[in-house]
Design a protein around this ligand. Structure first.
Ligand code: GLU
Length: 444
């Protein structure tokens, strides 16, 4: 059995951080087991689905590095659903229902008013042939429900939530098809999970009661059900399900300089008993990925923490990973020199501008001017081929008697125009002799 997972977004919008997390966990589980990760576009709802969203979903997954091994689109599989529907209908597992939305709403309100769970009363199953014919004659189009088997308790071992039990009598027979013939999510999804050989379904816990009904659909289709892992939902930093999370997608993260691997490192681990770690490669996360480590409490997604994690990851990124995003001419030595001072890769350009100049005039106090004249003289004499910063500061220490901040800070200011920044020992060789001499002379 090849472990096969799927990510099944409805293309009604862009992916948000919650969807990205679901996609990631499905991908990781497949990778961990040398299995397959499939992309399924759940676009049965033609009106709400948009092609631009499908393209964006693919782009977002590609940016994240979550490659998929196959793709399916529900809108191309209607013939299959029709076929399975006919089988279920012949077996009496789907049935037409004629209630209008208002009638259903009224039934619900009556039950709730009596303090009862608002479970559909199966009124449609009690219709006589004559009543049904009369509805048809009236031109009422039925919608279709899946008839749950009330005699079998629904039980499954959820990989995250443990044993789950549902009494089917307390569930409404789910509507699977609208009066206009269009499909709701539940049945096509179960049919596809069977046809695509899905072994594990990883999704949010908002789907738990769907799973109860879908387990009966798998049985009615004569198929073995996949295993399920329902994860606790994400909350914002304030601990509540936040609107903002629903609008945070790849575009936003890219714009603020978050690396794909940062998102992966964060989303792989929040809500689990494993610590979030600053990794530059998802492999160790895949190796240790385990549903048993997931908690039942909502996972807290904090953007400030994400930014800090990003900085720690950027500090370790190899030149090859970032080279195509660096300014022209910025080589490996320059990257390694500035990397520890960055929060995002884009900021490397600021330091490259400092290396190349021109730099902003720095405010040098009068007490430092003669010191810088001396520095310019020393800089002209030192050996620039090995370690010019230590050669320069060593020489100046001797000739001026300065040490510590008075020794270093005026040099940093004169050479970079700033008070803080990357290690001068790494920066000075990049600035080079000619520019350094000119900057020291200009500042003096
Ligand atoms: N299209 C469904 C959704 O986006 C898929 C749920 C599932 O993974 O089965 O909620």
């Amino acid at each position: 059995m090849t472990v096969t997972t799927r990510f099944a977004p409805s293309p009604t919008g862009r992916l948000h951080v919650g969807n990205i997390r679901t996609a990631l966990h499905n991908w990781m589980w497949a990778k961990k087991h040398g299995g397959r990760f499939l992309l399924r576009i759940d676009d049965t709802d033609a009106e709400r689905s948009a092609e631009a969203n499908v393209t964006a979903i693919r782009d977002d997954l590609a940016w994240l590095g979550l490659g998929w091994d196959g793709e399916a689109r529900q809108s191309e599989r209607f013939a299959l659903y029709e076929e399975r529907f006919a089988v279920l209908k012949a077996a009496g597992r789907v049935y037409p229902a004629y209630e209008t939305a208002q009638e259903l709403d009224l039934k619900r309100k009556v039950l709730l008013g009596r303090g009862l769970p608002p479970v559909y009363d199966r009124g449609a199953l009690k219709l006589s042939d004559a009543e049904r014919t009369a509805f048809d004659a009236e031109g009422r189009q039925p919608h279709w429900r899946f008839r749950l088997d009330h005699d079998t308790l629904i039980v499954w071992q959820d990989l995250i939530r443990g044993e789950q039990r549902f009494d089917p009598k307390l569930l409404s027979d789910p509507v699977i098809r609208r009066a206009d013939g269009s499909w709701l999510y539940m049945l096509p999804s179960a049919i596809d999970d069977v046809e695509m050989g899905i072994t594990h379904v990883v999704r949010g816990e908002d789907h738990v009661s769907n799973t109860a009904a879908q387990l009966q659909m798998f049985a009615a289709l004569g198929a073995e059900a996949p295993q399920f892992a329902h994860e606790a939902l994400l909350t914002g930093s304030e601990g509540k399900l936040s609107k903002r999370l629903g609008s945070l997608g790849v575009d936003h993260f890219r714009e603020v300089g978050i690396e794909p691997v940062t998102l992966i490192a964060k989303l792989a681990r929040i809500g689990t008993s494993d610590p979030v770690e600053a990794v530059t490669d998802p492999q160790p996360l895949i190796d240790s990925f385990d549903f048993a480590h997931f908690g039942r409490a909502p996972a807290r997604f904090d953007e400030a923490e994400l930014a800090q994690l990003n900085a720690r990851i950027v500090h370790q990124l190899d030149y090859a990973v970032v080279a195509d995003r660096l300014p022209a001419g910025m080589d490996e030595a320059a990257w390694v020199a500035v990397r520890p001072n960055l929060e995002t890769v884009v900021q490397a350009a600021d330091w490259w501008a400092v290396v190349e100049g021109p730099i902003a005039a720095s405010d040098i106090g009068d007490e430092d001017r003669t010191y810088l004249v001396e520095a310019a003289r020393a800089a002209a004499q030192i050996d620039w081929s090995a370690d010019p910063w230590h050669a320069l500061t060593g020489a100046l220490k001797e000739t001026t008697g300065r040490k510590g901040k008075p020794l270093f800070l005026p040099l940093r200011r004169a050479l970079t125009g700033r008070d803080h920044g990357p290690d001068m020992a790494a920066l000075l060789p990049l600035i080079g002799r000619d520019r350094a001499l000119a900057r020291l002379a200009a500042a003096a």
